[in-house]
Design a protein around this ligand. Structure first.
Ligand code: NAG
Ligand code: NAG
Ligand code: NAG
Ligand code: NAG
Length: 403
């Protein structure tokens, strides 16, 4: 009898435990599905603002970089393959653009400088979600469990737009982007704003006046789930399309493991390092885009650019708010743990690797000379002013190991 009684007690415990767990799961479910509000003063959930993934410790993690044109992605992409302070982050051969980024034989980075444009030139969120897993299986010749961590850079829409205009003016087109959506390539479906090979020499007014110019609201479109509007073929009224795209882009940005803001390199680096528990050997650089910065824009043009990029301006405001929520949260946690002061510029910097990265810029890069000159002058300044603070370096290293 006592044996049965004991067993019955265990049953009771199990039942109570089961009910309690169900209740908890239900509560979590309710909390997660509470209607989201999208106004700018919206509260972000803890999950939106506090994310940490130890990419070194878990082979399932694969970073997927959504590289939006003219957001500083080339430099950032090089940082990822060349300057992460981890054991053999990537194997790079000099003269080769792409590096072999594997950890225990498993690829941990899906990006231009590792896997190449495996899902198409500047593939967007929609294309990557349709393509990455299949591609990874192919490249690794292995079907395994992976956890994809999406990352991207978002930039001030005016600066980005002017930069794309200047780039187009010099002859760039990205017409080879496949624009895959729901299994179909829309590359040849979309009308071009120019006749002939490219749009070389285009004026600003002509550029923004083309209503189907893919530069317009590029960031929103490239971060949204385009399936929601039936891809590039939508019959919905414009206001509805706009609304769906913007809300989708915001949602996807919130779900990203990390995104940086091109205007805030120091903060972006810090956020990246804490999010993924890694350090960079070369600090993020603010590379002045002299051409775009110097362009003098009339107020009429400014107004028109705003109108043509309304979604991107709204998205950027939202991104900034979310970014600084994440940054401040992670900064607070970090300093509570380490007792260190925020000295990002003076922490680990390795000029050798920076130089290597800069020498790597090929001749097909846009604006390459301006960038090189810019960064090399910065490098000289740094050599003069920067001494690695050994005390901080040691402390950071120890912290990393025990964290
Ligand atoms: C990349 O490195 C891994 C591990 O060292 C190796 O197995 C693989 O063959 C390499 N791939 C290429 C394309 O070099
Ligand atoms: C994108 O939206 C479509 C349509 O609602 C949905 O079926 C699909 O799962 C979404 N894609 C992703 C990756 O969430
Ligand atoms: C910088 O990186 C290079 C190559 O990895 C290494 O040989 C050198 O010791 C590093 N310098 C510093 C100051 O850490
Ligand atoms: C970039 O521009 C800013 C503002 O014009 C200037 O203060 C900074 O020194 C420039 N950076 C470089 C590397 O030239």
């Amino acid at each position: 009898m006592t044996f049965r009684g004991g067993k019955w007690k265990i049953y009771k415990l199990v039942i109570v435990f089961f009910i309690f767990t169900t209740f908890c799961l239900f509560a979590v479910y309710l909390l997660q599905n509470k209607p989201a509000s999208f106004d700018l003063t919206a509260e972000f959930s803890n999950e939106d603002t506090s994310r940490q993934f130890k990419i070194l410790q878990n082979n399932e993690f694969v970073l997927v970089f959504v590289h939006i044109q003219k957001t500083g992605g080339s430099y950032f992409g090089r940082q990822l393959v060349k300057s992460l302070d981890m054991k053999k982050p990537c194997k790079c051969k000099s003269g080769r653009k792409r590096c072999n980024c594997t950890r225990d034989g498993k690829i941990w980075l899906f990006s231009r400088y590792s896997t190449g444009w495996a899902c198409g030139l500047h593939a967007d969120w929609t294309e990557l979600h349709e393509c990455v897993n299949e591609k990874m299986n192919k490249i690794e010749k292995d079907v395994r469990k992976r956890s994809y961590l999406y990352i991207t850079n978002v930039r001030d829409p005016l600066k980005r737009y002017l930069s794309e205009w200047k780039h187009t003016q010099r002859g760039a087109t990205w017409k080879d982007s496949s624009l895959l959506c729901d299994g179909r390539e829309y590359k040849d479906f979309i009308q071009k704003c120019y006749e002939g090979e490219n749009w070389m020499g285009v004026g600003l007014e002509e550029f923004y006046s083309c209503s189907y110019n893919l530069a317009n609201n590029r960031q929103t479109r490239m971060l949204a789930n385009l399936s929601l509007i039936n891809c590039y073929n939508s019959k919905l009224p414009k206001s509805e399309i706009d609304n769906i795209l913007l809300e989708s882009a915001k949602k996807n940005l919130r779900a990203m493991a990390y995104f940086g803001l091109t205007e805030y390199q120091i903060e972006s680096q810090f956020l990246f390092e804490r999010t993924f528990n890694v350090k960079f050997l070369v600090n993020f650089l603010t590379i002045n885009n002299s051409r775009a910065d110097r362009a003098e824009i009339s107020s009429k043009d400014l107004e028109a650019i705003h109108e043509a990029n309304e979604l991107d301006f709204k998205l950027y405001d939202y991104a900034k708010e979310l970014f600084f929520k994440r940054f401040n949260q992670i900064k607070k946690d970090y300093f509570m743990k380490t007792g260190l002061k925020f000295k990002p510029i003076k922490s680990i910097i390795n000029n050798t690797i920076l130089e290597e990265m800069l020498n790597d810029y090929g001749s097909d890069e846009d604006d390459v000379n301006a960038k090189k000159k810019n960064a090399l002058s910065l490098l000289k300044q740094m050599k003069r002013h920067l001494k690695v603070d050994k005390h901080i370096k040691k402390k950071l290293k120890n912290f990393q190991e025990t964290d």
